[in-house]
Write a protein that binds this ligand. Structure first.
Ligand code: ADP
Length: 404
């Protein structure tokens, strides 16, 4: 009889019922073979036996003892409220046989023990195939996830490519527009230069010949004003032409030795000509005959620009200070005003092409080119140019060029 009951354990689908019948034959309630899970290294009921067990820690200590030797104790079964006698003993190949509902081993259990190696091998094989199946299921799930991710990545890649292509197109369009603007500026400034030069010449002639004898005060002031406006226009056109040259890499320089203090004096005199409201104080520590090598006209252009800015952007302050000296083999010039100043966030851009500080005040005339041209000229002299400024307090523009 017991052999038939044991034989029934081979069928995994009926194993639970067969185990209970076997247990009843052995005067117990249930019969479970535990095998060690190779992955987590824990004893688990073999496939097909009762799987849900209550009171985990009591089961753990029971199984730990029964793994070594025959052991009797009480276990929660079939639920956590019921404690039941149980007996367990080690089986072959790291297995444990547990009989619930009795603490006495039935003599016929010997029959079972003889074929236990076969049963345990079968259980292990089943356990392995379950593990393989669950691995296959997990692998399939992960593959699906990976496929989904790959698809999302592909869409992201496509979008990124589209954005990049659009950006490249935009960049090309901007470059094209900038090129057209440069071309237009170049043509416009060349076309304007000739008429403005002749207008200037005519006005100068009128000033020289007519002004001294002119009685009409209003007419004289018109001629003077026109003269000043023409000068401004000429500066603008020259700036535009210079920028075109810089962009085309065609700016040329005539490097010669010249007296630096004389250059500063000329620039200051010219600046004073354009204002009656400002006074310019010069502190020059250079020896009177000190010479540097550079393009005098271009360096004067830098000084003119910084000085005219100092005047232009100081509508309510009259003081401008120019410092000139020799520091570490560099001739250093600084021009300080106490005018409107520049905010910290706009400061880094003042030397950019076409940059004008954004403010409400529209009375400041200019294209935002002077400082860009100045910085290019100083670069060509292997020097440095910079500015320190505080909004509402004034600015100090400085540059330095090698003394030799
Ligand atoms: P612009 O012809 O417009 O004066 P610049 O290139 O000479 O062009 O100067 C660029 C901008 O820097 C100006 O538009 C102005 O906003 C600011 N800036 C230049 N110099 C001064 C200064 N001394 N004080 C305040 N702002 C200045």
């Amino acid at each position: 009889m017991i052999l038939e009951l044991i034989a029934n354990l081979y069928k995994p689908s009926d194993r639970h019922q067969s185990a209970i019948k076997l247990a009843e034959y052995l005067n117990g309630r249930d019969f479970i073979i535990f095998i060690k899970d190779p992955v987590i290294d824990v004893y688990l009921p073999g496939p097909g036996f009762t799987q849900t067990l209550y009171g985990g820690s009591t089961w753990d200590s029971f199984l730990n003892s029964a793994a070594k030797t025959q052991y009797s104790g009480k276990l929660a079964y079939p639920d956590k409220y019921n404690l039941m006698d149980a007996i367990g003993y080690p089986g072959p190949d790291e297995s444990i046989i547990v009989l619930l509902g009795t603490s006495v081993l039935h003599p016929e259990l010997d029959q079972l023990n003889k074929i236990m190696p076969l049963i345990v091998a079968l259980l292990k094989q089943e356990q392995a195939s379950i593990a393989v199946k669950s691995l296959a299921v997990t692998a399939e799930k992960e593959t699906k996830k990976a496929e989904k991710l790959a698809y999302q990545l592909d869409i992201m890649g496509q979008n990124l490519r589209k954005t990049l292509m659009q950006q490249q197109k935009d960049k090309a369009e901007i470059n094209d527009l900038m090129k057209k603007k440069d071309e237009f500026m170049n043509i416009a400034s060349h076309e304007l230069k000739t008429p403005v030069t002749s207008m200037k010449a005519y006005l100068q002639m009128i000033s020289q010949k007519l002004l001294p004898s002119l009685k009409d005060k209003q007419l004289s002031s018109f001629i003077e004003k026109s003269n000043k406006q023409i000068d401004k226009l000429a500066v603008l056109i020259n700036d535009l032409l210079d920028v075109s040259k810089i962009q085309a890499g065609e700016m040329t320089y005539q490097f010669r030795k010249f007296n630096f203090s004389a250059l500063v004096k000329d620039a200051v005199d010219e600046a004073l000509n354009s204002t009656s409201e400002h006074k310019i104080t010069v502190h020059c520590t250079l020896p009177p005959d000190f010479e540097v090598t550079g393009d005098r006209i271009r360096l004067e252009q830098v000084l003119n620009n910084i000085l005219s800015n100092a005047i232009k952007y100081s509508p309510s302050s009259d003081e401008i200070i120019v410092n000139v000296g020799l520091v570490n083999n560099y001739v250093e010039v600084s021009i300080t005003d106490f005018g409107i100043g520049i905010s910290g966030e706009q400061l880094p851009q003042v030397f950019d092409r076409f940059f004008k500080v954004q403010n409400e005040d529209k009375r400041f005339f200019g294209l935002g080119l002077g400082l860009f041209i100045s910085s290019e000229i100083i670069k060509a002299h292997h020097g440095e140019i910079g500015v320190d400024s505080c909004l509402g307090e004034g600015s100090k523009f400085w540059f330095k060029i090698p003394a030799k």
